[in-house]
Design a protein around this ligand. Structure first.
Ligand code: MG
Length: 162
């Protein structure tokens, strides 16, 4: 598959699971607005787009979103099926999977991810709630979105510094 198709597939997979790219942009904007008063939305849109163009990100999306989908459809074998479908807090592989995304633009990405993971702003909180109240499984998706937002925010921060 060509790299532009990989990016498009990655975006489609995220959107099919209920998260718009604009939702991720919103988190990036909120994360950086307090540090960069004249920040504009176009800068955040560009940063998210660049993150989605990275192979590390695309591979994490293909893997994580697929596992959520399979768990939701009872297609995984035990014990993984129950661990993923119940979003077991001790599982932790969802957070590990996205470390390669967090580290794209330096260690500030990990700090941003920790913050987003705890506060669950915007779409991340919504997906978490939907996952708990319905049959949808967002065990990997929330971390993927958090990590993409964290990496994009780090990129914005580094560019603002230069
Ligand atoms: Mg998770």
């Amino acid at each position: 598959m060509k790299s532009e198709n990989m990016k498009e597939t990655c975006i489609r997979m995220i959107e099919e699971r209920g998260c718009k790219i604009a939702d991720i942009v919103e988190i990036v904007y909120d994360l950086q607005k307090k540090y960069i008063p004249d920040l504009d939305l176009a800068t955040c849109i560009d940063a998210v787009d660049r993150v989605l163009g990275k192979r590390e990100v695309q591979y994490a999306v293909f893997t994580g979103v697929e596992l959520d989908y399979l768990a939701e459809n009872e297609k995984l074998r035990e014990p993984l099926q129950s661990l993923v479908n119940s979003d077991n807090p001790l599982f932790g592989i969802d957070e590990i999977l996205v470390l390669s995304i967090c580290n794209l633009y330096g260690s500030i990405g990990l700090t941003n991810f920790g913050y987003v993971d705890k506060v669950k702003p915007g779409i991340i909180g919504k997906l978490d709630k939907i996952g708990k109240e319905t049959g949808f499984c967002h065990t990997f998706l929330d971390d993927i979105i958090g990590a993409i937002a964290a990496a994009a925010a780090s990129s914005v921060a580094h560019n603002a510094q230069d």
